[in-house]
Design a protein around this ligand. Structure first.
Ligand SMILES: [Zn+2]
Length: 166
């Protein structure tokens, strides 16, 4: 905590008299510091020195630079909170953008599925194929590819795992 020695060259904020102070007592003050170790708030009790100006009789508290007048949180802790709030709002924006992207991708996939179904129907009519199921089965049998992308991806994953085991 600052002492009389630290304010040797200070002027009285009220009458501007230079370094004409005497100790005028002490008081306890609450200080909250966010610890860098656990990110939790820790309360401290600090003793603040009051001085009196010998010229005008006004009293002043000698606050160290990490204490903000009338605030419980230390200067560093307030900066820490502001940074936390700013980064969490940036994070929320990113999630919102990602959700938008996922929604759009799902729309693309759904549209593609509908088009594939229409395409199979069209092929059947065009080449007088008896049934849509039959043409899908024939395609899957001859190419070894599932029309259903989820099934196909699962199959490829299984094959990769088998390859690793061999
Ligand atoms: Zn003064």
């Amino acid at each position: 905590m600052p002492t009389l020695n630290d304010i040797k060259n200070c002027k009285c904020p009220k009458c501007h008299a230079k370094s004409n102070f005497s100790i005028h007592g002490h008081y306890n003050r609450n200080l909250v510091i966010i610890s860098e170790d656990d990110n939790l708030c820790h309360e401290y009790n600090v003793v603040v020195t009051r001085v009196i100006c010998n010229s005008c009789g006004s009293t002043h508290a000698l606050l160290p630079d990490f204490i903000i007048p009338y605030k419980s949180f230390s200067f560093d802790s307030i900066i820490c909170i502001v940074e936390e709030v700013a980064s969490s709002s940036a994070y929320k924006r990113e999630i919102k953008d990602l959700n938008k992207e996922v929604k759009y991708l799902n729309t693309v996939i759904d549209r593609f599925k509908v088009t594939i179904k229409k395409f199979i129907k069209w092929i059947c009519r065009k080449f007088s194929y008896p049934s849509e199921d039959e043409i899908v089965r024939a395609f899957e049998r001859e190419t070894n590819i599932f029309i259903d992308p989820v099934k196909q991806i699962a199959k490829e994953k299984r094959e990769k795992e088998w390859d690793r085991e061999l």
